[in-house]
Design a protein around this ligand. Structure first.
Ligand code: GLA
Length: 343
């Protein structure tokens, strides 16, 4: 069996998925490929991204007894109730930089989910119900990491469409492809700062949104007047980011669809400012990189991508223009098809 699960970059709609908001990610050409041979009762997997192999027997043990990336595999096996009639020996190869904000862990969650999904649920190689795959992969990632992540990353990896970003309504999980015009390029630049604090701060931000929703109702439906009624200034700013970001995400879809790269880029940069000032998930290093990229001719806009606190910045550029500052790693990414399972 062969599995492919892509990473993703989020163009706009950051820290809104877990409030039922609008996000606009795209699956990218970087991903995880797994080649597997059936070995009932045994999981024996190697990865070029990690020196420690996964050696487990099925049914998979309790997650407390599994370390490292084996936790994703064990979580998927347990999620599907895999018994000793299943099992795989093989290798995984990854082209996604780890800890950069391109969702290497979501790709691993999707790949692990596809290892154990029953044939009928991945008919057409994951074409029949990629949303169900994403839901299972979200459960797997939450179990493996303990982080209450939203569904954006797994959904982008599972549902991806070549040539299109995806407007995802995280309330309904309805996905609309948004073609990426030929006259823009998406460049992901690593800040050089490893992500830190992500897990604890992520859970705190999510809790703040839940608290705000208890006071004013679902943030997806909240108005500016509702925001004004939140007396705690910090909570008000957190909620304001989410409410404004939903408006920006839809305006971005309109701009991209209408071929207005300048407006799309402006909205991305505005998203960064909101993540910096209202949601406070940026860092000085990310802010400086965004500023530097935006000052470059040929960049329409830039913002941190993913959970924040380090990692990557995504820039919308004129094709052929490489804005990468000296000493930084970068990737020109293209919108790609979602995860598949064949053989
Ligand atoms: C991480 C999570 C996603 C999403 C982003 C922030 O990538 O896994 O669900 O919440 O952060 O937009």
């Amino acid at each position: 069996m062969r599995i492919w699960a892509p990473g993703r970059v989020n163009l706009i709609g950051e820290h809104t998925d877990y409030t039922g908001g609008i996000v606009v990610p795209m699956a990218v050409q970087l991903g995880i490929e797994a080649d597997l041979t059936p070995t009932p009762g045994v999981l024996s997997l190697r990865s070029d991204a990690d020196d420690t192999p996964v050696e487990l027997t099925l049914p998979a043990p309790d997650l407390d007894r599994v370390a490292g990336w084996g936790r994703f595999i064990a979580a998927a096996a347990r999620d599907h109730g895999a018994d000793a009639t299943t099992g795989w020996t093989g290798s995984l190869r990854s082209t996604i930089p780890v800890g950069a904000g391109l969702s290497s862990s979501a790709a691993l969650s999707v790949a692990a989910t596809l290892m154990f999904a029953p044939d009928d649920s991945v008919a057409g190689g994951n074409r029949s119900d990629p949303v169900a795959t994403a839901r299972a992969a979200q459960r797997v990632e939450q179990a493996a990491t303990g982080v209450p992540c939203g569904i954006m990353d797994q959904l982008a990896s599972s549902v991806g469409r070549a040539g299109s970003a995806l407007r995802i309504d995280c309330n309904t999980l309805h996905v609309d492809p948004v073609p990426v015009p030929d006259d823009v390029a998406v460049v992901v630049v690593h800040s050089g700062q490893p992500r830190r604090l992500t897990d604890s701060a992520y859970a705190q931000r999510r809790a703040a949104c839940e608290e705000a929703a208890r006071r004013i109702g679902p943030l997806r439906d909240a108005t500016t007047a509702d925001l004004d009624s939140i007396t705690d200034p910090l909570l008000r700013r957190r909620a304001r980011h989410v409410v404004d970001e939903n408006v920006r995400a839809d305006a971005f879809v309109d701009a991209l669809s209408g071929g207005d790269a300048r407006e799309a880029g402006r909205l991305m940069t505005a998203s960064h400012v909101s993540l910096r000032d209202d949601y406070e998930v940026s860092t000085e290093v990310l802010d400086a990189l965004v500023e530097r990229l935006c000052a470059s001719d040929g960049v329409f806009g830039a913002r941190l991508t993913g959970a924040g606190f380090g990692g990557c910045v995504v820039a919308l550029c004129r094709p052929g223009h490489d804005p990468t500052p000296a000493g930084h790693r970068s990737w020109t990414v293209v919108a790609s098809d979602g995860a598949t399972r064949t053989g």
